[in-house]
Design a protein around this ligand. Structure first.
Ligand code: UGA
Length: 415
């Protein structure tokens, strides 16, 4: 099929490369010429396992010119939808992209489908995207179709997740629109659920909110277990043996970060508030998660006074396998350390470049140099941290690195 993707961010780039690998003709549109140049030269602008190799195997046409999408059967909108502190999302990028698509749809002969992949609040595709597309003078249902088809990719595992989806959700304006997406996804070995647009938008948000709920739940159990001298990881193992519970997303620690879970909770909260409902559980999960890194600092303070102390961070990315630091727990931790007067040194195998844009004032060093600090904080569970020599050190661990237990003083956040 001929596929266009608007937005060469993390989702757009990964699915573009994967669809090309599966034999589709792919055009990738973005406003960022530097990023497109890198992709054209087969170098991924983000760190994602296997992506450079995949890019080297496929052909993707990249452009800033929307006219290139003219012959497409399906146009995926994959632009970012950032949110402010209140959670209201800024829809500028999706609005601009849709307007540009409308200009192309105006002159297109024959039917095509516009499919939203960006995470949006329920109602957005119907109330924003469709009316904007119809400014072209073309009619949804007759001249073009509309779908909402979220991705459930995890950063660091995105290619695997794309190729082996647990499920495909197709939100469709009408069955003709959905049929086109169905054709594209039918060869995947996954159940396909076809439903309406706003239900699909909610499935995406509710899925991420549920994952956030599981993490927060086990973190709360972990905080209690720590007081009682019980190992929360054993508790999670025991719980997970029940099929109704399952074992995923029960690793207690510093809490969740990244560009999705925190933002999607806020999007749900603001959407609910707008319709006059107070989402108490989701609000509590969000604020509990915000507080977990600060609890971590309190544990550190039991062992060391921050003023003038050299504190070393192992890990800056919001999780291993990525260079992404958006909403990483490391941000709140570094802020609190600097506020307390500590001298901060940090190491991460991938995320230093991104983190140093936020905190140019701290020192970025090797992991061995981090070990020389007055106290060491483990923030991301990179595998390599299980090979360091912690003997004689003071370690506060937010991610359960087993080897760190040999430290002179070892304190786990929930254990
Ligand atoms: C998440 C979802 O898992 C994807 O399905 C979804 O497609 C994606 O958001 C998105 O909406 O685009 P991602 O943000 O890449 O994916 O990260 P996860 O692997 O889900 O981890 C999120 C955070 O939770 C990380 O900070 C991780 O360290 C933390 N986490 C995860 C825990 O603290 N404990 C766990 O047991 C699992």
């Amino acid at each position: 099929m001929r596929i266009s993707i608007i937005g060469a961010g993390y989702v757009g780039l990964v699915i573009g490369a994967c669809f090309a690998k599966l034999g589709n003709e792919v055009v990738l549109i973005d406003v960022d010429e530097e990023k497109l140049e890198a992709i054209h030269n087969k170098a991924s602008p983000i760190y994602e396992e296997g992506l450079d190799e995949l890019l080297s195997q496929v052909h993707i046409e990249v452009s800033t010119d929307y006219q290139k999408i003219l012959p497409s059967d399906i146009i995926f909108i994959c632009v970012g939808t950032s949110s402010d502190e209140s959670g209201s999302i800024f829809l500028e990028q999706i609005t601009e992209a849709t307007k540009q698509i409308a200009e192309v749809v105006k002159t297109r002969e024959g039917y095509c489908v516009v499919a939203v992949k960006s995470t949006v609040a329920p109602g957005t595709t119907e109330e924003l995207v469709i009316p904007l597309l119809e400014t072209s003078g073309r009619k949804v249902g007759d001249d073009f179709g509309v779908c909402m088809c979220p991705e459930f990719l995890r950063e660091g595992k995105a290619i695997y997740d794309f190729m082996h989806p647990a499920r495909v959700i197709i939100g469709e304006y009408d069955s003709k629109s959905g049929d086109m997406l169905y054709k594209l996804y039918q060869s995947f070995n996954a159940p396909i659920l076809r439903t309406n647009l706003r239900t699909t938008e909610m499935i995406k948000l509710a899925s991420n909110a549920f994952l956030a709920t599981r993490i927060t739940f086990i973190n709360e159990i972990g905080n209690i277990c720590k007081q009682l001298g019980i190992d929360v990881y054993e508790v999670a193992k025991g719980m997970g043996l029940d099929d109704r519970i399952g074992s995923g997303y029960l690793n207690a620690g510093l809490g969740f970060g990244g560009s999705c879970l925190p933002k999607d909770l806020k999007m749900l909260i603001s959407g609910a508030t707008e319709v006059g409902y107070k989402p108490t559980i989701i609000e509590e999960i969000s604020s509990f998660n915000d507080a977990q890194p600060l609890r971590f600092i309190e544990l550190l303070k039991k062992h060391i006074s921050l003023k003038g102390a050299v504190i070393g961070l192992l890990g800056l990315a919001f999780k291993p396998g990525t260079d992404d630091v958006r909403d990483s727990g490391a941000i709140k931790i570094v802020e609190a350390l600097l506020q307390g007067g500590a001298i901060v040194k940090a190491y991460d195998p991938m995320a230093v470049k991104n983190f140093s844009k936020l905190f140019p004032q701290i020192e970025y060093v090797t992991k061995e140099e981090v070990l020389d600090s007055d106290a060491i904080l483990i923030v991301t569970e990179w595998e390599e941290f299980n090979k360091l020599d912690y003997k004689g050190k003071v370690v506060v661990d937010g991610r359960r690195i087993v080897k760190a237990r040999e430290a002179r003083i070892y304190e786990g956040i929930c254990w």
